[in-house]
Design a binder for this molecule. Sequence first.
Ligand code: SF4
Length: 247
Amino acid sequence: MTEFYVILDKIPTSISQRATTLPEKMLKINEMFETIQGEGAQTGVPSIFVRLQGCPVGCSWCDTKHTWTLDDAFLTTADAVMSKGQEDESHFTADESSLLALFRQRGYTASHVVITGGEPCMYDLRPLTGLLHSEGYSTQIETSGTFEVLCNEKTFVTVSPKVNMKGGMPVLTSALDRANEIKHPVAMQKHVDELDALLQGVADLSGKTVCLQPISQQARATELAITTCIARNWRLSLQTHKYIGIE
Ligand code: SF4
């Protein structure tokens, strides 16, 4: 769910079609690694990142376009995914139990799990988040808000609403209502206006953190985000992992 400007590719028709038949039950995992959460209210928290495969949203500035496809031709083993040296479409499938076993096998010590994508809410995340909480982990989902959020009640949900993207998928009010944090990428005033329009549909904003995140660390976007956050008492989210050179 990280973002910066790149050239937009066409969304494969198969992804749009699959989006109508999801959520998927088996998880398809493009990447898994331990790092520090770099964005939003959980910045600085040691985290296991699980990047799920598949996204029909089509953001022009997406930097994980290799996660868009759900083509089984790219299925491989967990070992192959864990050892790949570059970003690509390859992914493995796992259920929640085998994923937890993999955390232990890898010797991960972080107790916070960030489920990202791609669009993680294409999947029913209740089995995974429920198991992780019962095993002492905290969980976080980073979603575009274009799918219903199916997760444990304790999961911290970050909705980064993607409005009017190429895939033509509306941001769901139910996703915004479930959000603990609404983190909006901004480059220009129209993005602030989009967020204002979305927030008008949220039944209760109390208890939710609203963040603006400058797209691609651009100077003008950062200035806009700072002035708007101060005026609205919103929070500034910087992609700190990009400043310090970690994943
Ligand atoms: S919603 Fe999908 S297309 Fe948009 S930034 Fe996230 S992964 Fe990329």
